[in-house]
Ligand binder design. Structure first.
Ligand code: FAD
Length: 390
């Protein structure tokens, strides 16, 4: 029986896994490499209705909703042409949350729910034995029945499960965000995903009238956050002006961009399919295994550990429950991502994407229904025989 879990990573998946495990009657401690909660970490995340529904199960939905901005309308723009992406009837709007705020809110809810966090613990190795022992960079150790790798796209646990596991692929883009003291002619609550002449960007009007601008700047080699931040902001602004200067409203936004307010959010990576999600007492959730759906997977992992008689059958059931959905959505995200990257292929594909988006706009339920209406029935037991039939 599983009574104690070591959760590696205090980002998004880590705190949600720990909360869900506690709800399932399993004690969980989160070990995070950074010395404190990641306040001030840049970037914005959009949480879809299915993510909010999964947060509800662990009691974190209201706090996340309160810390975010509702986005009832999304528009894709291709130069002068715009396609409004429809919202599903009866579904709540997307919530935009600053990454630092999301980490903080999940941390607060988890601590209030009795989860222990230990900061400054970077996992470097695991040792087998009676259960599993995690070894951290400072030489300390911790022992539990299972170890959950919620350690993000550059996961250490993934390599401990399978030394030949694929690593993240670099998309050829570096992310930036800034608040620009310049209005865009649109109402608050509409998010624009803009395929510019040379690069992809996004923007939305803030309640204070200013504009939130996010850029995916083409960049041939991946830079670590430290490397990217070592480049003077004025140089990045110069490059952003070069890339977006001819776009509307991108050009106006970059010309009014104050270098002091520019945040580098980091090189953009995407995970390919990972052959092994678990081995022995180790298992992966969140970006460690494949992008996105981190919140749902965290909750499902806890259900499996709650209901199945031993660790191997719980991990196998978890993978069977999650892999098809995660792979399907991640594969589609990777395709769209390819179109954001610069280059002749992306440019040639743009009319195809536009037609696809128009079709999507006409059949929202077919395209987004299965993604966004997905609900986890926490009370329902996970039954191995049912999964084997799927
Ligand atoms: C620019 C950008 C925009 C995005 N936009 C969206 C969006 O709009 N919607 C969406 O759903 N997703 C979005 N994503 C993806 C989203 O950020 C991830 O899916 C989510 O953060 C995954 O959570 P996670 O907990 O798996 O990883 P993370 O949030 O990266 O957390 C991993 C944690 O593990 C810690 N860690 C790493 N290694 C170790 C170690 N060895 N020992 C201990 N701790 C360790 C890290 O410090 C970190 O705190 C975006 C990602 C990026 C980069």
């Amino acid at each position: 029986m599983t009574t104690k879990a070591l959760v590696i990573g205090g980002g998004v998946a880590g705190p949600v896994t720990a909360l869900a495990l506690r709800k399932a009657g399993i004690d969980a401690t989160v070990y995070e490499a950074y010395p404190s909660t990641a306040d001030g970490i840049g970037g914005t995340l959009a949480i879809a209705p299915n993510g909010l529904a999964a947060l509800e199960i662990v009691g974190a939905r209201d706090a996340v909703v309160d810390s975010g901005l509702p986005i009832p309308k999304s528009v894709m723009s291709f130069g002068r042409r715009e396609v409004e992406l429809p919202r599903l009837a009866g579904m709540p709007p997307l919530r935009l949350v600053h990454r630092g705020d999301l980490y903080r809110v999940l941390y607060d809810v988890a601590v209030a729910g009795g989860v222990e966090f230990v900061h400054g613990k970077r996992l470097v190795a695991v040792e087998p034995g009676d259960g599993v022992t995690a070894r951290f960079a400072d030489g300390s150790t911790a022992t539990g029945d299972v170890l959950v790798g919620a350690d993000g796209v550059h996961s250490t646990v993934r390599g401990l499960i399978d030394a030949s596991a694929p690593g993240p692929g670099y998309t050829g883009m570096l992310g930036f965000e800034a608040i620009v003291d310049r209005p865009v002619p649109t109402e608050t609550g509409t998010m624009y995903f803009a395929f510019g002449r040379r690069a992809y960007y996004l923007y939305w009007r803030r309640p204070d009238g200013r504009t939130h601008f996010g850029a995916n700047l083409p960049q041939d080699r991946p830079l670590s956050l430290a490397e990217a931040r070592a480049v003077p902001a004025s140089e990045w602004v110069r490059r952003l002006r070069e890339a977006y200067g001819d776009d509307d409203p991108g050009g106006d936004l970059v010309r009014h961009l104050d270098p002091a307010g520019l945040t580098v959010t980091g090189s953009l990576h995407i995970m390919p399919s990972v052959p092994h999600w678990h081995r022995g007492r180790l298992v992966l959730v969140g970006d460690a295994v494949r992008a996105s759906l981190a919140i749902e997977s965290a909750v499902e992992l806890a259900r499996c550990l709650r209901d199945l008689p031993d660790v191997p059958s719980a991990f196998a059931a978890y993978e069977r429950l999650r892999r098809p959905r995660v792979e399907r959505i991640a594969t589609r995200a990777a395709k769209v991502n390819n179109l954001k990257a610069p280059g002749p292929l992306a440019r040639a594909m743009m009319p195809v994407l536009m037609r696809l988006m128009l079709k999507t706009a006409m059949r929202p339920e077919k395209t987004f229904g299965p993604d966004q209406r997905h609900l986890i029935d926490w009370a329902a037991p996970v039954v191995e025989a049912d999964l084997a039939r799927t």
